[in-house]
Design a binder for this molecule. Structure first.
Ligand code: PEP
Ligand code: MN
Length: 355
């Protein structure tokens, strides 16, 4: 367990911490107007604004740079929003810190690089700063956690994780693969770290920001980081995913915010007991199935036939998928489950066949 405290010193009641602001600083007018409108909503604690943007192409707009730090400092005093910027190099950190900006995030492209993160952590030594660390672009939870350890070692304790999905090459509806189980695994492994979600980058499209934010809240995240722009259609980066401030406000008001209250209820207890009974039966049946599978392996060995019998596998899929349909079990789940089961059976049969 590494020592972690809240990212901001103010108490946050039941509401998730909201971090909002533009993808990048484009002009003084754009940054100020976005901040002014956001401050009017009274929803936002931290004002995010990328001053140096990590872009895929060197020809893309890459942020207004150092001069934007002055705008952010002015915004802090004028609108009482705490500015935070992305830092990717120790020069970024030094420039931002010198300007009095003490809240940062580490982007997904930096968080994948232990050398870069170590350099940032070393530069933060002895400074009173807060750091949000996005998940690395690749789905590697230990690598992500290692970043927190690097900062903890130099004495940074105000930290939070920001979940923004992964590059897995499996682009479906969203820009990145949500891999929600990874968020659950992270929370389970590293209970001490508060987790925020960045639905904007995960979605890559403003149409899905609300549903992703809602899914993340149902997984009990502690905060949301959302890209907002005074005029998204004219944004110089991440144009498709940024929300106007009024859309942002509407979206937040539509979200269901789960309560943090610990509820003790005999009704819930009873349901959980029922689930335990069913799970127990499922496991008993699985064990029976593996036993039969072993007997089949003995037969296959005696007759020297391959483990994989593709016609039989097809027959199993057909039967169960049609049963699943009738039972209201999704085809996606049934297929994934059958594959897992079949693969486990093959592994078991290999053991019997090889001795
Ligand atoms: C960002 O937040 O501006 C950003 C570049 O996000 P990510 O590192 O998650 O891609
Ligand atoms: Mn962005």
């Amino acid at each position: 367990m590494i020592p972690i405290t809240s990212i901001i010193s103010r108490e946050t009641n039941n509401f998730p911490l909201l971090v909002a602001g533009p993808c990048g600083a484009e002009s003084k007018g754009q940054v100020f107007e976005t901040a002014r409108l956001l401050s009017e909503t009274k929803l936002v604690k931290l004002f995010r604004c990328g001053v140096w943007k990590p872009r895929s192409s060197p020809n893309s707009f890459d942020g207004a740079g150092e001069e934007a730090l002055i705008w952010l400092k002015e915004i802090e005093s004028q609108y009482s929003l705490l500015p935070c910027v992305e830092i990717a190099t120790s020069q970024h950190l030094e420039k931002a810190y010198k300007m009095g900006i003490t809240h940062y995030w580490i982007g997904a492209r930096t968080s994948v690089n232990p050398f870069a993160v170590q350099e940032l952590a070393d530069s933060c030594k002895g400074l009173d700063v807060a750091v949000m660390i996005k998940n690395p672009v690749s789905p590697d939870l230990q690598l992500w956690y290692g970043n927190f350890e690097r900062f903890a070692k130099v004495g940074t304790s105000r930290m939070a994780a920001v979940y923004r999905g992964f590059s897995t090459g499996k682009r479906q509806l969203y820009r990145y693969d949500p891999m929600w189980q990874m968020l659950i695994d992270f929370k389970q492994l590293y209970k001490e770290i508060p987790v925020f979600c960045d639905p904007s980058h995960l979605a890559g499209n403003r149409e899905y920001v609300q549903e992703i934010a809602q899914k993340a809240l149902f997984l009990n995240v502690d905060g949301l980081m959302i890209e907002t722009h005074v005029n998204p259609a004219a944004a110089l980066s991440d144009k498709t995913q940024q929300l106007s401030v009024s859309d942002f406000e509407q979206m937040i008001n539509r979200l269901i915010i789960p309560s943090q209250k610990q509820i003790k209820s005999s009704r819930l207890e009873k349901y959980r007991e029922e689930i335990d009974i069913v799970d127990n039966q499922i496991f008993e049946l699985l064990s029976q199935r593996f036993e039969i599978s072993k007997q089949i392996a003995v037969f296959k060995k005696e007759n020297n036939i391959p483990i994989l019998q593709i016609e039989r596998w097809e027959e199993i899929c057909k039967k169960r998928l049609s049963q699943a349909k009738g039972l209201g079990i999704s085809a996606e789940f049934a297929e994934a489950f059958l594959k897992l089961l079949h693969e486990a059976s093959i592994r078991k049969q290999e053991k019997t066949m090889m001795v």
